[in-house]
Design a protein around this ligand. Structure first.
Ligand code: KG4
Ligand code: ZN
Length: 336
């Protein structure tokens, strides 16, 4: 890959993010403006509000990131943007901005899949990932495992039949009377019960597939909360640990099964739930027991950011995968 400077834009959900990445891997600047406080009072993301706030935040973030990275618009060699999946209005704000920049600056445009970018984040400010790899995407909307032969060459191995892992964290946090997003709050509570081996029943597919399912777990927590309403901090901590243990085991048991079958060189993990230290520790143990390397980015590149978008966009452009200026956004789309 020749020297290039790609500007990335991410606006698929409730984070507005802009970044500049050099040669697809070195992050020169990456800023995220979270709308979390705005949405938390509604217990989830309000799409209309998200779009309007992206519109306000993007120009300011662009200026800030260019200043931080000491980059001028003329130095850029490409523009990358998330075009799928996500909230359609939110995606369109980022895509329109990216198209305007690409058009005005005569730069190539790369449209990027958000989940593929979460996996690509593994090589930001780090060595290239060694393939073949087992890929785990765990976010608010996705829980998927892939066989990765290279960037752009994937096979879906397992996905969730109902809720995603992050969605389960968020719904359970709501049941427990905590705020949004649930992941960080549940993790904090669970940390106070480090040795709890307690867990809820594990899901089992009737057809013996290794797909995920988290809706039964959510119901199990709901019944437990109804039967035994948490009376204080300690009860909440125990419940959080019991839930987190179950999610960790649901994920690592499937990772284990695919590591046995595929014997990859790397285990690549990404997405907001991969911020969870308990899960990271368990994944590292699994990978190492198979002689594979765990490639999980630091938390700032696990949760939504634009460095992953700029990085993957740079890779796509280097491969000649330039998007047309007529490109559109897709609320749901796959990349494998
Ligand atoms: O990747 P992400 O930032 O946005 C999506 O693409 O969905 O993931 C957000 C999800 C939320 O469901 C949030 O609760 C979860 O990631 N999350 C966590 C943690 N931090 C964020 N889940 C568990 N433990 C965490 N520390
Ligand atoms: Zn995400």
């Amino acid at each position: 890959m020749g020297k290039n400077l790609v500007l990335g834009i991410e606006s698929s959900c409730d984070e507005t993010a802009v970044a500049v990445v050099e040669n697809g891997q070195k992050v020169l600047a990456s800023e995220v403006a979270s709308q979390m406080d705005l949405h938390s009072r509604y217990g989830g993301v309000v799409p209309e509000v998200a779009s309007r706030v992206h519109l306000e935040s993007l120009p300011l973030l662009l200026q800030e990131v260019l200043a931080q990275s000491q980059t001028h618009y003329d130095d850029l060699t490409g523009i990358a943007v998330t075009s799928a999946p996500g909230l359609i209005g939110a995606l369109l704000v980022g895509l329109s901005t990216a198209k305007g920049l690409a058009f005005r600056l005569h730069l190539p445009l790369a449209t990027v899949h958000h989940i593929e970018a979460h996996l690509y984040a593994a090589q930001l400010d780090a060595a290239p990932v060694e393939f073949p790899a087992l890929g785990l995407a765990v976010s608010g909307g996705h829980t998927e495992l892939y066989h990765m032969e290279d960037w752009g060459r994937y096979r879906l191995l397992a996905s969730t039949r109902d809720d995603a892992a992050g969605e389960a964290f968020d719904k359970v946090a709501k049941l427990m009377g905590l705020g949004y997003p649930g992941g960080p709050m549940i993790e904090k509570l669970a940390k106070a019960c480090p040795d709890s081996g307690d867990h809820f029943p594990f899901s089992k597919m009737k057809d013996k597939s290794l797909d995920f399912s988290f809706s039964g777990l959510k119901t199990a927590v709901m019944l437990e909360v109804k039967r035994n309403p948490p009376k204080g901090e300690q009860d909440l901590q125990r419940l959080a640990a019991k839930f987190q243990n179950t999610v960790r085991e649901e994920i690592t048991s499937r990772v284990h099964a695919f590591l046995v079958g595929l014997k990859p060189k790397s285990l690549v993990a990404g997405g907001g739930v991969a911020c969870n230290q308990d899960l990271r520790d368990a994944l590292r143990k699994e990978a190492e027991s198979f002689g594979a390397v765990l490639r999980v980015p630091p938390p700032k590149y696990c949760s939504d950011n634009a460095a992953m978008v700029a990085g993957l966009g740079a890779y796509q452009l280097a491969q000649g995968r330039k998007a047309a200026l007529s490109a559109t956004a897709h609320p749901q789309a796959s990349f494998y």
